[in-house]
Design a protein around this ligand. Structure first.
Ligand code: FES
Ligand SMILES: [Fe+2]
Length: 440
């Protein structure tokens, strides 16, 4: 319930209470001011209860727009203008190909009911996502080859096909073939839209991209605790980041940045101009991290093992030590498993999906032990989001350096680049500049 609605309900309730007779209590004995106070008190109580209920039991949903985070809006400029300027003026560097081969999250399963149609813009492509009446999700190119209507804008699901809103041609979700043209006896053999290989696992719909059109070369592993309902949904965050996709996973192998960017306590916030302020200096995070690729047959996976501890006034709080194993599967999906002695266990799915060459949509989706109060995983998710937004401020403004100046302690960055290069092939799309501007 939104805050305003809660307040209105509370005020209404207060007003009703005021009209009820109660024993020796006579409302008419009360002055207008007292009645008003009672009414407001009832309203505020309901508001507090609703907020408390939300905090303790509802999932945390933190959805940021592309301008929200990671830009400095100074001299009276709006955030949108600051973001725009930073994007135009930024030197991008010599980039690797922009769309690595792999699986990418499209949406969460609950966003797509049976017979529903959604539009998606991913990898610079307009796609239509729909769920057939048999419950299976399908992803096709959005533009109808007949006269170019967008199937996601007004198209409807008929059985396991999508019907174009313009002239009613029907395309099968399973292979994209046109099955029926309502005003013609014959369907041309080649009438077809591109079908994207997709899967639905861990309550998400994902698509497979390969620049040469190859079928999936690995699968996204199902997480048993999510599949069997032991771990339940506790919220998600969504961010849009202006950088090359590789910068984001590279963070996991960039061990040195943890000891600098992520050491200030969470109360120091996300604006890097202030995170080292003296006020919150007594709260520090300590990180011990290792990063390694996995051997065959899982060479498309890598692991980051993290031991996190919190210190207050220089004293470590061992009870809050947290172990995390982040397993990256291909370029776009990471499973972070949390293990804590009394705060329980859970899983955060971190998904990076390229929207455009230099725009990434990143979601963190939290599943946690059902018997642990929701406030615990929500706090972890919020903490992760604060730390992540510090990275966002770096990514949004940095250039990609193809030949970085590294010291021996940075060796994992180089190893990570070697590992990540397996997701590019000869025909992987490169960034193209527009004719007369540096926009892409
Ligand atoms: S444009 Fe789709 S049926 Fe004509
Ligand atoms: Fe980071």
């Amino acid at each position: 319930m939104p805050n305003n609605a809660a307040l209105a309900v509370g005020l209404g309730l207060g007003a009703v209470l005021l009209t009820l007779p109660s024993g020796d209590f006579h409302l008419e004995d009360w002055g207008f001011a007292k009645r008003l106070v009672l009414c407001v008190a009832a309203g505020v109580t309901v508001l507090v209860l609703v907020r408390l209920h939300r905090l303790l039991f509802q999932p945390l949903e933190l959805l940021r727009t592309p301008e929200d985070v990671g830009y400095i809006a100074e001299d009276g400029r709006t955030k949108a203008r600051a973001a725009n300027e930073a994007r135009r003026r930024r030197k991008v560097g010599e980039l690797p190909p922009v769309y690595p081969n792999g699986w990418y999250r499209v949406l969460d399963s609950h966003m797509l009911g049976r017979g529903e149609v959604r539009s998606a813009y991913i990898l610079g492509q307009q796609l239509v996502v729909f769920r057939g009446h048999d419950g299976k999700a399908h992803v096709l190119d959005a533009y109808c080859p007949h006269l170019g209507a967008n199937l996601a804008v007004g198209g409807r699901v008929l059985g396991n096909c999508i019907e174009c809103p313009f002239h009613g041609w029907q395309y099968r979700g399973s292979d994209g073939k046109c099955e029926k043209i309502p005003y013609s006896d014959k369907v041309p053999e080649f009438a077809q839209v591109r079908r994207w290989p997709s899967c639905e696992v861990n309550q998400q719909v994902l698509i497979w991209f390969h620049c040469d059109g190859l079928e999936p070369q690995w699968s996204v592993p199902e997480q048993p605790e999510v599949a069997n309902g032991q771990w339940v949904y506790r919220g998600r965050t969504e961010h849009f980041i202006n950088c090359h996709i590789q910068e984001i996973p590279e963070n996991g192998a960039d061990i040195a940045h943890l000891g600098h960017l992520h050491t200030p306590g969470l109360p120091s916030g996300v604006d890097l101009r202030y995170t080292n302020s003296k006020t919150w200096e007594f709260v520090r995070h300590d990180w011990k991290v290792e990063w390694d690729p996995e051997p065959e047959p899982n060479s498309h996976c890598s692991q980051m093992r993290v031991n996190h501890s919190l210190t207050l006034f220089g004293c470590r709080l061992p009870l809050l030590d947290l172990r995390v194993v982040a397993r990256q599967v291909g370029p776009g999906v990471v499973f972070l498993r949390f293990d804590h002695s009394f705060l329980g266990r859970g899983l955060m799915m971190h998904c990076v999906t390229p929207v455009e060459p230099l725009l990434q949509c990143v979601t963190h989706t939290m599943f946690y032990q059902r018997n642990i109060p929701a406030v615990v995983p929500k706090f972890i998710l919020k903490g992760e989001s604060i730390q992540f937004e510090r990275d966002v401020m770096i990514w949004n403004n940095k250039m990609y350096i193809s030949k970085p100046l590294l010291v021996k302690e940075d060796a994992a960055v180089r190893r990570h680049r070697r590992w990540f290069s397996q997701f590019y092939s000869q025909n992987s799309p490169q960034l193209e500049y527009r004719r007369d501007t540096l926009d892409f």
